[in-house]
Design a protein around this ligand. Sequence first.
Ligand code: GCU
Length: 837
Amino acid sequence: MRGLLLFATLGLAAAEDGLNAWLRYARLPPDIAKQATVPLNIVALNTTETSPVYVAGQELQKGIKGILDRSLNITHEASEGSSVVVGTIAAFNNSGISIGTPELEQDGFWLSIKGDTVEIVGQNERGALYGAFEYLSMLAQANFTEVAYATNPSAAIRWINQWDNMDGTIERGYAGPSIFFKGNAPVSNVTRVAEYARLLASIRVNGIVINNVNANAQILSDANMAGIARIADAMRPWGVKVGISLNFASPQTFGGLNTFDPLDKSVIAWWTKITDKLYQHVPDLAGFLVKANSEGQPGPLTYGRTLSDGANLFAKAAKPHGGIVMFRAFVYDNQHLNERNWKDDRANAAVDFFRGLDEKFDDNVVVQVKYGPIDFQVREPPSPLFAHLKQTASAIELQVTQEYLGQQCHLVYLPPLWKTILDFDLRVDGEKSVIGTDILSGKRFNKKGLTGYAAVVNVGQNATWLGSHLAMSNLYGYGRLAWDPTVNEVEILEDWTRLTFGLDDTVRETITRMSMESWPAYENYTGNLGIQTLTDITGPHYGPNPQSMDNNAWGQWTRADAFSIGMDRTVKNGTGFAGQYPTEVAAVFEEIETTPDDLLLWFHHVPYTHVLKNGKTVIQHFYDAHYAGAETAATFPTQWAKLEGLIDKQRFDETAFRLTYQAGHAIVWRDSINQFYNSLSGIADAHDRVNNHPWRVEAESMTLRGYRVTSVNPFEVASGLRIVQTVGNSSSASVSAKLNFTAGTYDVAVAYYDLYEGKASYELFLNDKSIGSWVGDNEYKLGYTVTRGIDGHSATRITFKGVDVKEGDVVRVDAKANGRETAPLDYIAVLPPGVVD
Ligand code: GCU
């Protein structure tokens, strides 16, 4: 009963599944709500139900009801006085309401709040809707100030890319199946599609490409075009235009021609016809996204044509319809890169391919450039291609889905990473050329109206959209930065937290602190000094596997040997990549002395004993950073625990589970990377932590029943280089050991491997008393790319807190293998308070 009462006073919703993300419109406490001056009516200056202004009216009604518990009527006739009026400039002018708005740019809006009169004036319908969301965002954050201002987007293109396959899977998606496709066709139930469009409109995203860049030509069938139209209809009321990815070989593979040569007349005619047909289905189709001659995809180079020949083929077809072509700069040849050639470098590819083409692209082509020269790594320098596209419009490609950044199982707040790129001044021709405010805004090279942002998001059917509640700050942050790249990343977080979890100070401070610590921590425990995320490059891109980076043609090399590490990208002695930057920037990266430590190994090959600007050697920095990163991650579950009761139980529990998992996996990362470089370099950790774990009992040294000792691949993901697995598919096996720790209260952690296809079960005992039990079923809970191997992806830790242990106690794990899972165990750690190991 007491619990119930407390619940009621705090006004917490019983369960929240995350579906409404930052648009929950949670009721404000009455004492706060009563300070708001609320208009009596809503006037939406459009009567067409599918228009964004009409939708804005309804959203205002819903939001004000939710936040302030006031029921407002909606009318469509102009009235002054106590009302919130939303409409376009043109509608305001027609209605006779006098407005003194400054000049607005496309999608911009004017917001004026004065007493109980609110005016939301959009340059267009979309802008008006954005203004309505802005007003609601203020109310939801209990910000009742009077304002009068105009805001305009930094760039015209603010798009999402979804890498959804037509069979309903999502490439690099970690939140369940597609909301757009099912069974090789666009979905017929578009409820989630419309809900997604609502979220996107609220962060001012105006376009979305719904299918994978590795595109299936079948999307161009008549039935599928009708399906795309259905999706476009669901998103249009929210001002979000739909675009599609094209497969370059479609004329041949789908159209039945014997060529897809972009200069062939029949190919040109084919694309023109297909494009015309698409625009009959979707008259406002945003345009096309094209991945060509990249990672095995077909493209113009197949016929000895240029990339601009390829892009212009689509541009000419789309031009009469007002469509644009986003042509990806992610062009490289993963067949012929040769690590033995010191000068070979995948990072050079984009500029090498596009350098001579700047004047060749049609004016409705936008080159879409990943933020760094390689591929969404934990740290990269900005792509130098932004400095070479002067005649051609460019857009930056960011990644909200955390492909190399923990796949939403690790909290990694990305705006600070993106800001290292957006705030970077490329100094093109010796002049200020900041990527966000000068280049992507279109100002520097006079491309206004055709530049901007694309983010690979990959939401899925999971109620949380991305698989994790906290990961949604990245989607929210993306929208905020695309609108205004100068907005502060902490401010973004604080707004997002208030909207997502309410106004409590502790909640806001905790989530802000953890989020701001998260990217540096992840960089620390995965790959630092610019060496990239040291993950499994040929596999899931998730857990540690440093050796997979080298000796293949993917070109994400570290060139690590027994003595030295890093890519020499200098002009004087290396791949020449540094020279792709404008002179002033090139000079900085050319020299070790001027290259910042965090990009050292990106640009230079140095001995492990090289001394950094921070006074440490490279190898000691590796060790220390990995320890520091895992220690930060270890604080996350503890910080989060303080929020119990301050937020709803469902989101509290789901997040607690992920943060606890992350803390364990951060230790997997730390130990694997440190063990690997320690073994490669033979240089000991100055603090004697690497391979020295006084609080661990290795499974291979325990008394085994129904278990056998094995090694694993890669070797470094096993503490002590060995693990144990059940013999055959034993249904009853155990490991046990006598503990030699002095009496006290410890946290007991068990390191095991949670594989795909199998749910082994485990129970931990101390002197025959059960401490806890668990099942290896993370493949159903976490969403990262699962493997069937005992490796850095499946390595997992579970921790039982506050266990009283005496010297001589016997610790035991009973296990039952299941399916493929041979209940693999690595070690048991008995940790005194404060020890992270
Ligand atoms: C990465 C990613 C692929 C994707 C590719 C791209 O390499 O792993 O899944 O297709 O980028 O951006 O085209």
